[in-house]
Design a protein around this ligand. Structure first.
Ligand SMILES: *[C@@H]1O[C@H](CO)[C@@H](O)[C@H](O)[C@H]1NC(C)=O
Ligand SMILES: *[C@@H]1O[C@H](CO)[C@@H](O)[C@H](O)[C@H]1NC(C)=O
Ligand SMILES: *[C@@H]1O[C@H](CO)[C@@H](O)[C@H](O)[C@H]1NC(C)=O
Ligand SMILES: *[C@@H]1O[C@H](CO)[C@@H](O)[C@H](O)[C@H]1NC(C)=O
Ligand SMILES: *[C@@H]1O[C@H](CO)[C@@H](O)[C@H](O)[C@H]1NC(C)=O
Ligand SMILES: *[C@@H]1O[C@H](CO)[C@@H](O)[C@H](O)[C@H]1NC(C)=O
Ligand SMILES: *[C@@H]1O[C@H](CO)[C@@H](O)[C@H](O)[C@H]1NC(C)=O
Ligand SMILES: *[C@@H]1O[C@H](CO)[C@@H](O)[C@H](O)[C@H]1NC(C)=O
Ligand SMILES: *[C@@H]1O[C@H](CO)[C@@H](O)[C@H](O)[C@H]1NC(C)=O
Ligand SMILES: *[C@@H]1O[C@H](CO)[C@@H](O)[C@H](O)[C@H]1NC(C)=O
Ligand SMILES: *[C@@H]1O[C@H](CO)[C@@H](O)[C@H](O)[C@H]1NC(C)=O
Ligand SMILES: *[C@@H]1O[C@H](CO)[C@@H](O)[C@H](O)[C@H]1NC(C)=O
Length: 610
């Protein structure tokens, strides 16, 4: 650390001399990439082929999905079906037959949107209502769907949620958000299944204590923790500071008692590729997690930027999964191993770059999208500490990832000649639900639960993100197909499509049977029971008391389970769990050539948009 002292600001030195000794070295060291020899047969780039002909998944993903489908999902569907049947609605017999068919049952993906801490909490609330481990959700007849899902994608605030859920070994939502017990000190015997630390939502992301001196020391610590990465020769930006802040909430290692203690790593060294080593991943008990980010490229086609957004729909979308990072979009269609991100070529291999918190920070790197005033109002102290310590840092409002695709697809990939990828918030193109990875043809997903916690009027969702995905899919017709959705947000809101569950794409022809059916669950308004809304907080609210988080989770449970009553005098639809099951199997039903019947006919009439 001594060699970094010339870069250290006066306020940082003051922080050093406070109670914490020289322990800044703990998180700073664990955050620094490591260079070493490459493994035998190392290949930095995997070309993923073309959706129209030879597209492939990584061998790791293909094996994961295959064994999850054969060993885990059949019993998950069995449990889910009994939960639905226990609600008393009689399903047509094809629903149980299709859920029992392990070779041609439904392939489900769940996508949870951006929208800051609000989206993390409300997205978690929707998943809780689908989680069969919560007895209340199981009894409501919606619980168990999560266990049947093959994929789970997150973006921005939704990426904070999805990445924290996966790295914490897929606990229940209550255990994820509010851990019941603190884990043992580093080196002690902790229980990896439960004790991971929790979200600490009542500590602000920008100024956690409200005490000026404590907060100054805190922001200086976050900045100092990235210095070793810089000294090791890697570019650092404000996104790295953001990563260190997010790590205290969404990566393992921070508790109430050590929140300000620099002797603990605070999530540094918790790697996205290490999710592969959690027991729930190893036993295929979690849906395959994916986080997405957008990219800023020098050759932006401004005519494809949705008014009010920042990045054009024609830029590639990047995904991080446990095994690899890259893009299935036709202009790149290439991947690099997640564990070796940071590697520029095959001569020396870099590890420890794929910090989970940096993946989450990249997905939520919206700083290039904010006016300086909003940025300064919201993150002023962090920005000030960053520019004090590393002048210029705050001007680089992208997350820098050394470009493994240098020289790849140079005719079509706009960042092919850049030494670093400039990743930004996954919602900057107007698509705030991370649907793109679930539309990848090789994944064969036939039904998507799309959770929308984006903010429009009153901080409620207005469906605009689905319109953006419809528009983008039309730009890449050979790569993606998306069901028809309204073309204006006015149509979404006037038809109440955001205040009730809505199914899109219920009608198919043999030619578009592989287009997924979308089950749209939006945080679009107060619950039908007349309760005052608590789920429409501002994206820039950075602090939540535990009681507020619990109230949001509980109200989201109502939103997820109320359905769309046929009779306006009722607040819940007792057939909703059955209707949801009808939608889940509907593509598999059509593939099998079975006609819709029984309650599924009236359900799809009621819930489908046409
Ligand atoms: C996929 O097929 C195209 C030709 O259709 C070929 O140019 C390309 O190299 C193939 N890619 C892979 C990864 O096999
Ligand atoms: C979190 O970190 C503690 C302390 O290092 C460890 O004992 C525990 O297993 C970790 N939990 C998870 C879910 O990684
Ligand atoms: C957050 O809540 C916990 C538990 O109620 C409490 O111990 C802690 O002091 C709170 N922290 C802040 C910064 O409010
Ligand atoms: C983590 O998992 C990967 C892939 O499943 C495996 O190759 C590696 O040996 C594991 N590492 C540890 C420390 O268990
Ligand atoms: C930009 O997008 C428009 C509309 O899709 C297209 O007509 C035009 O060719 C694109 N320009 C470039 C330089 O790619
Ligand atoms: C490979 O990357 C290293 C940095 O990791 C760099 O020093 C070296 O010049 C690169 N080699 C080539 C052939 O690009
Ligand atoms: C940024 O915000 C701080 C308060 O956090 C304020 O003192 C400062 O003047 C602001 N800077 C600018 C350039 O507005
Ligand atoms: C939440 O929505 C209600 C209308 O249902 C509105 O009155 C309130 O201002 C909204 N809250 C926020 C923080 O936007
Ligand atoms: C939308 O909901 C409002 C309030 O519940 C209701 O008055 C209106 O009739 C609904 N509109 C449609 C098209 O269902
Ligand atoms: C399939 O194509 C038909 C005919 O064009 C159209 O009506 C229907 O909406 C399409 N379905 C999907 C899921 O795209
Ligand atoms: C189930 O979810 C409800 C609604 O948020 C919550 O109040 C309850 O604590 C959860 N139960 C368990 C066991 O996690
Ligand atoms: C599963 O689905 C496939 C394809 O529709 C069908 O051939 C097979 O008979 C089904 N198996 C069972 C057990 O229903």
């Amino acid at each position: 650390m001594a060699s970094s002292l010339p870069l250290v600001s006066l306020s940082l030195i003051l922080a050093y001399t406070s109670a914490t000794t020289y322990a800044q070295a703990v998180p700073a060291k664990a955050y620094t990439p490591i260079k070493g020899p490459c493994p035998a047969d190392f290949e930095l780039v995997r070309m993923a082929g073309s959706a129209a002909s030879n597209q492939t998944l990584s061998t790791g993903e293909a094996a994961y999905i295959q064994s999850r489908k054969s060993d885990v999902i059949p019993s998950a569907w069995h449990t889910y079906l009994s939960n639905v049947e226990a609600t008393g609605t009689t399903l047509p017999s094809y629903v149980s037959a299709l859920l029992a068919n392990s070779s041609d049952g439904p392939t489900l993906g769940i996508a949870t949107s951006g929208g800051g801490y609000r989206a993390a909490i409300v997205g978690a609330g929707f998943l809780n209502a689908l989680d069969g481990r919560n007895g209340t959700s199981a009894a409501a007849g919606t619980g168990g769907l999560l266990q049947g899902a093959s994929y789970l994608s997150g973006l921005s605030g939704g990426a904070w949620f999805v990445s924290s859920l996966a790295q914490a070994n897929f606990p229940t939502i209550q255990d994820l958000v509010f851990p019941s017990t603190e884990y043992a000190a580093p080196g002690g015997a902790g229980d990896a299944h439960v004790y991971w630390g929790g979200w600490h939502a009542n500590y602000s992301l920008a100024a956690p204590s409200g005490d000026l001196l404590v907060d100054l020391a805190y922001v200086d610590a976050c900045v100092s923790e990235i210095l070793d990465k810089q000294l090791a020769g890697y570019p650092v930006t404000f996104a790295d500071v953001w990563s260190r802040t997010l790590a205290r909430h969404f990566a393992n290692g921070t508790t109430e008692s050590n929140f300000y203690d620099e002797a603990y790593p605070h999530g540094a060294g918790v790697l996205f590729s290490d999710i592969a080593n959690t027991s729930m991943f190893e036993s295929r008990q979690m849906p395959f997690p994916i986080v997405i980010a957008d990219i800023d490229v020098p050759t932006t086609n401004a005519s494809e930027i949705i008014p009010g957004d920042t990045e054009p729909l024609t830029n590639p979308i990047f995904e991080f999964n446990v095994y690899e990072m890259g893009s299935y979009d036709p202009m790149l269609s290439a991947f690099a191993p997640t564990k070796y991100l940071g590697t520029a070529n095959g001569s020396m291999c870099v590890t420890n770059y794929d910090q989970t918190s940096f993946v989450a920070a990249s997905s939520s790197e919206l700083f290039n999208d904010l006016t300086f005033d909003l940025l300064n109002d919201t993150f002023g102290p962090l920005l000030a500490a960053a520019s004090d310590t590393l002048p210029g840092l705050q001007n680089e409002l992208y997350a820098y990832w050394p470009n493994p695709f240098y020289g790849v697809a140079s005719d079509t990939f706009g960042a092919s000649k850049q030494s670093n990828l400039h990743l930004v918030d996954g919602g900057e193109d107007g698509q705030v639900i991370p649907l793109q990875p679930l539309l990848v043809k090789a994944r064969g997903i036939d039904v998507i639960v799309a959770i929308d916690v984006n903010n429009a009027e009153n901080n409620f969702a207005d469906g605009g993100t689905l319109i953006a995905t419809q528009d983008r899919s039309a730009l890449f017709p050979s790569a993606y197909s998306f069901p028809p959705v309204p073309t204006t947000t006015a149509e979404f809101t006037s038809q109440n499509l955001t205040t009730r569950p809505t199914f899109f794409g219920c009608t198919t022809t043999p030619a578009n049977l592989s287009t997924p059916l979308v089950i749209y669950l939006a945080n679009g308004g107060p619950p039908h029971d007349g309760a005052a809304p608590v789920t429409n907080t501002s994206t820039f609210q950075l602090t939540y008391e535990e009681s507020e988080v619990q109230a949001m989770l509980d109200q989201t449970f109502v939103l997820a389970t109320q359905g769309y009553p046929a009779n306006a005098s009722e607040t819940t639809d007792s057939e909703w769990p059955a209707c949801l099951a009808c939608a889940v199997v509907d593509r598999a039903r059509a593939r099998a050539g079975t006609a819709r019947s029984g309650v599924c006919e009236s359900c799809l009439d009621r819930y489908c948009w046409s």
